[in-house]
Design a protein around this ligand. Structure first.
Ligand code: PLP
Length: 429
C-alpha cells in the first residue's frame, strides 16, 4: 500500500475515492453508488452535475476567474450582492463575500463590534451565543460555538464567550414543558445580559435551527420573537447563522422567515453555491452598516479570495436555479412527506427517540445507548449518506444524525432513501 500524504479527518482510515456525482447520487471509483441523504455537509442543495451551473462557471472562467477585491469589483459579485438584498428580509442590503461559513461568522463578529465602535460606544466586544451550537472552526468562531467535541482539544486557547441554554424541548435544560415553561430558555438570555452587562455585549448569535450540535433542533413558537425583543431592549445586535438553513433548505428561503423575525446580520454558506465552488456571505442591515458608512468606511476584514467572480457567478446561477425550479416550496412539501414517513419508521423501531426539523433539514435523535455513528456507518455501507450530530443529555452524545438530501430529490428517490434507512436500522437492531 502506498504511503499517505493527504491529511483526512481520521488519518489512517479508508475513505472511498469519489469518481463523479449526478443528481442526488455520488459514485466511487469502484462503481459503488451512494444516495446523498445529507447533501454532503448539508451543502449540495440542487444536486450534482447541473448543466446550468457548469455553463455559468465556464462562462465566467473564460472572462476572468480572479480579481483582488481592493483593485476591482466584478459584475458577478455586484449582481450577487443585489440578489442577496432582494431575497433577504427587510433592509439586509449589504453583503460581504467570504469563502466559508466560518469566515462569515468571523466577519459578522467584527461587523457587530465595529458597528458600536463607529457609533462611539466603546466596550461592546463580547458576542453571546448558545450552548449546543456550531458557528465555525477557527479560534474566534469556535469560541462562540457550543459544540463540546469540536472545542475540547482547544479549550485552553478559546476566548471565554458566555453562552445560554439551547431551546432543546426534547430534553429541556430546565426540565419544563412548553408552553408552561414560559420560554425559560429565552428568558435566560435576558438574565445573562443583566449579569454580564449590556455595555459589554455587541451581539447574540444563533442558528435558527440547530444543526450539527443538536440534530435539527427547532425552537418553540414565540422563542425568536422573545429573543429579538430582548436584543432590542438592550441594544444588542441579533446575528442569525443561516449557513446551514439558508437558501431554501427549511422550506423558506431563510429559516428566520418561519418566525417572521428579521435579524440585524445573517451569515450564509453551504447551499449558497451548492458546493460547486466555495463561497459564503455575511449580509448586514442598513442599520448595522450606516455608522461605518458615516464613519471610517473601512471594513478591515476579508481574504485574498473574497468576492471572487467565479464563485459569485456560480452562486448567482444556483440561486436562480432554486427560484426557477420552485425548490423552496418543494423543500417544504418534500420535507412534510419525509417527516411523515420518518414518524412511521419511529413507530416501527425502538431506536428513534425524536424526529424533528423543518423542510429538508431533519434530525433523528436516538434513544439512549444507540450510537448514531453505528447507524451512519451501516447506512454508508448500504449506499446511503447521513450526517452526524451531537445531542443528548450532555450535548456531546453520539446520538443524532441529520437527513438533508438535495432539494431536487424526487418522491421515488425519497422512497429509496427511506428503504435504505429502514434496512440500516434493521441491521443494527
Ligand atoms: N455555521 C453553521 C450553522 C454551520 O453548520 C457551519 C458548518 O457546518 C458553519 C457555520 C461553518 O461553516 P464552514 O464549515 O463552511 O466553515
Amino acid at each position: 500500500m502506498e504511503r499517505e500524504h493527504l491529511i483526512k479527518p481520521l488519518i489512517g482510515t479508508h475513505y472511498p475515492t469519489v469518481s463523479h456525482g449526478q443528481g442526488i447520487y455520488l459514485f466511487d471509483t469502484k462503481g459503488k453508488r451512494y444516495l446523498d441523504g445529507s447533501s454532503g455537509a448539508i451543502t449540495v442543495g440542487i444536486g450534482h452535475g447541473v448543466p446550468e451551473i457548469l455553463e455559468a462557471m465556464n462562462k465566467q472562467a473564460q472572462q476572468v476567474s480572479f480579481v483582488y477585491r481592493s483593485q476591482f469589483t466584478s459584475d458577478a459579485a455586484e449582481k450577487l450582492a443585489k440578489k442577496m438584498s432582494e431575497i433577504t428580509q427587510g433592509d439586509l442590503n449589504w453583503s460581504f463575500f467570504v469563502n466559508s461559513g466560518t469566515e462569515a461568522t468571523e466577519t459578522a463578529m467584527k461587523l457587530a463590534i465595529q458597528h458600536y465602535q463607529e457609533k462611539g460606544i466603546k466596550g461592546k466586544n463580547k458576542i453571546l451565543s448558545r450552548w449546543m451550537s456550531y458557528h465555525g472552526i477557527t479560534i474566534g468562531a469556535l469560541s462562540m460555538s457550543g459544540h463540546p467535541l469540536r472545542r475540547q482539544r482547544f479549550v485552553s486557547v478559546l476566548e471565554d464567550y458566555p453562552s445560554v441554554s439551547a431551546p432543546y424541548c426534547y430534553r429541556c435544560p430546565f426540565d419544563r414543558a412548553y408552553p408552561s415553561c414560559n420560554l425559560a430558555c429565552a428568558s435566560e438570555l435576558e438574565a445573562a445580559i443583566e449579569r454580564i452587562g449590556a455595555e459589554h455585549i455587541a451581539a447574540f448569535i444563533a442558528e435558527p435551527i440547530i444543526g450539527a450540535a443538536g440534530g435539527a433542533i427547532v425552537p418553540p413558537q414565540g422563542y425568536y420573537q422573545r429573543i429579538q425583543s430582548i436584543c432590542k431592549k438592550y441594544d444588542i445586535l441579533f446575528i442569525a447563522d443561516e449557513v446551514m438553513t439558508g437558501l431554501g433548505r427549511t422550506g423558506k428561503m431563510f429559516a428566520m422567515e418561519h418566525w417572521d423575525v428579521q435579524p440585524d446580520i445573517v451569515t450564509l454558506g453551504k447551499g449558497m453555491t451548492s458546493g460547486y465552488t466555495p463561497m459564503a456571505a455575511t449580509v448586514a442591515s442598513d442599520k448595522v452598516i450606516e455608522p461605518i458608512l458615516n464613519g471610517s468606511k473601512l471594513v478591515m476584514s476579508g481574504h485574498t479570495f473574497s468576492a471572487n467572480p467565479l464563485s459569485a457567478a456560480v452562486s448567482l446561477a444556483v440561486i436562480e436555479y432554486v427560484e426557477q425550479h420552485g425548490l423552496v416550496q418543494a423543500a417544504a412539501q418534500k420535507g412534510d412527506y419525509l417527516m411523515k414517513k420518518l414518524h412511521e419508521l419511529q413507530s416501527q423501531t425502538q431506536l428513534i427517540g425524536d424526529v424533528r426539523g423543518k423542510g429538508l433539514l431533519i434530525g433523528l435523535e436516538f434513544v439512549e445507548g444507540v450510537k448514531a455513528s453505528t447507524l451512519i456507518q451501516t447506512a454508508m455501507k448500504q449506499g446511503l449518506l447521513l450526517y452526524p450530530a451531537v445531542a443528548g443529555k450532555t450535548g456531546k452524545d453520539d446520538s443524532a444524525c441529520l437527513l438533508a438530501p438535495p432539494l431536487t430529490i424526487t418522491y421515488e428517490e425519497m422512497d429509496e432513501l427511506l428503504l435504505l434507512l429502514t434496512e440500516a436500522f434493521r441491521e443494527i437492531e
